[in-house]
Structure formats: C-alpha cells, structure tokens
Design a protein around this ligand. Structure first.
Ligand SMILES: [Zn+2]
Length: 277
C-alpha cells in the first residue's frame, strides 16, 4: 500500500504538473463504473469545468482543491495509481476513471484491486477527525500522549493506527521500529520516554529516506510518469526474513501481528531490555 512517502511523491509531481489545469471531461471506464455507485456520485456531472487550484497530502489522502471550492479526495489504498499522460498515449491497464485536461493531457486513476477511493466533498472535516498528526508535525508530547492512550496491544499496531500518527503503513512501521531498536510486540504503554523519542525520530528518518528515493515499489506503486520508486533497494528489515541483520548479522525474523506482515531483528530489537543494574 502506498504510504506517506509514496503519496507525497505523487503530490509533489502533481504540484509541478497540474496546478491551474482545467478538467474538461471526466469519463469512467467499464471497469470504473462501479466507483459511481460506491460513492453515490457521478464526478462527470460534478467537476467538469473545474480548475485544479491546489493539491495537498494528508496522511495517505490526496486532496485536489478545485476552483469552485470543493475538494476531490483520493485514497490509493492497496493498488491505486495516478498517472499523467498525453491523451494520445496508449491506455494504461486497470484505468478506472480519466480526467481530461484542457492542454491535451489526462489524469488517469488506475486500480488493480479496486479498493481505492475517489470522491468529492465540501470540506474534509470528517476525514480529519479520523487522523492524528503528520509525523513531521507531531510534537514529542502529542506522540507520547497518543501512544499512552492507545488501545493497541503492540507498538506495531499503534504505529499503523492513523489516529496516533498519520501516514505510516506496514513497511515504514517495520523500518522505524528496527531503526529505533524497539521490539514490535512491546506494549505502547510500556515504552520509556527515551524509546518514544527514538521512535519519533526514526519514523521521520525512514519516511524521509523513502521520500528521497521516490517511494518503495514492491508491487504496484508508480509515480505520475508510471515510474517505480527505488527505496525497496534501501530497506533494512522489511522483506528481509532469514537474511542477516545489517547491524549484528542475526537472522531477521518474520512474523504476523494482527495479520500484518512484520519483520524484526531479535537481537537489535529485544522484547525485554537488559537492565544495566
Ligand atoms: Zn540485529
């Protein structure tokens, strides 16, 4: 699933490519017709003629601010992509909806698994209510308070909870816990202040690294040119089961936490910290 660095990469692409463009036609493909019923909206009637006035990312959501004041919200979920193509470019697989722009280009929304979301809202209050702070804006105190009041049994689940910190998914959660040296099974309530500070720092660090490499492409993530990211070549622990830890050479362990794929080093991320006394 695209996480913060992947969605931010797409946002940055969109900012340089489509601000000010007018949407002159919206068409659903045969495979995309179901989006109309899923969200009870026909975007062709609702946004044709609008200009794209601004683009924002919030957690894993993209907000397209339209000239009329409404906001087109996109969540890529598992396999969604946003591609910008000249209209003359051959069609892309799994295209669900096409926004034709006034300069001969198109924004194509593709989605192999069809979990993606695309809908128009007057304001984003109901989305924002479900989201905690962005990792780059979260203060230590906010992060600590959210972790201490978390109902999650493990810190891995807590990091995936968008109300605690917004934008982290499975890959970067594993990378952040490894970088901070924290066992994924630990209770969020049991973490020391030092561990919480390390975790906030490492979360920002791994997300920044992912952004530098224009995202992680393990399956379907692509930028708006259709190009994969390269952070998959820099991952430290995610997908490395059985391989030696880069810090201590212990074999990386694969497990599942509440059904989520989880990777960690049992030596660098011990369940119990050894007491110095
Ligand atoms: Zn290790």
């Amino acid at each position: 699933m695209p996480e913060l660095p992947e969605v931010e990469t797409i946002k940055n692409d969109l900012l340089t490519k489509v601000i000010g463009s007018q949407i002159i036609e919206v068409s659903y493909t045969d495979g995309g017709e179901k989006l109309k019923y899923k969200f009870k909206q026909n975007l062709a009637n609702l946004i044709t003629g609008e200009r794209i006035a601004g683009i924002e990312r919030r957690a894993k959501y993209l907000y397209f601010h339209l000239s009329g004041g409404k906001i087109l919200v996109v969540h890529l979920k598992m396999t969604g992509q946003i591609l910008i193509r000249k209209s003359s470019t051959t069609s892309d697989q799994n295209t669900r909806i096409i926004f034709v722009l006034d300069d001969g280009r198109e924004i194509r929304f593709t989605d192999r698994n069809d979990f993606g979301e695309i809908f128009l809202v007057e304001d984003v209050a109901r989305i924002e209510d479900q989201l905690g702070p962005d990792p780059f804006e979260a203060s230590y105190q906010q992060f600590e308070n959210n972790l201490r009041s978390s109902k999650s049994g493990t810190i891995k689940e807590a990091l995936l909870d968008q109300k605690i910190i917004a934008g982290v998914g499975n890959i970067y959660a594993d990378e952040a816990l490894y970088t901070a040296g924290i066992n994924p099974f630990k209770s969020p309530k049991s973490l020391s202040e030092n561990e919480i500070q390390r975790l906030l720092n490492s979360t920002k660090e791994v997300l920044n690294d992912g952004l530098t490499h224009r995202g992680t492409t393990i399956d379907t993530f692509r930028d708006t040119d259709g190009k994969p990211g390269s952070h998959q070549f820099h991952l430290l622990v995610y997908g490395k089961a059985g391989k030696p830890c880069k810090k201590c050479a212990t074999k990386i362990v694969y497990t599942e936490i509440k059904g989520r794929r989880t990777h960690f080093c049992p030596t660098c991320q011990p369940k119990e910290q050894l007491s110095l006394f």
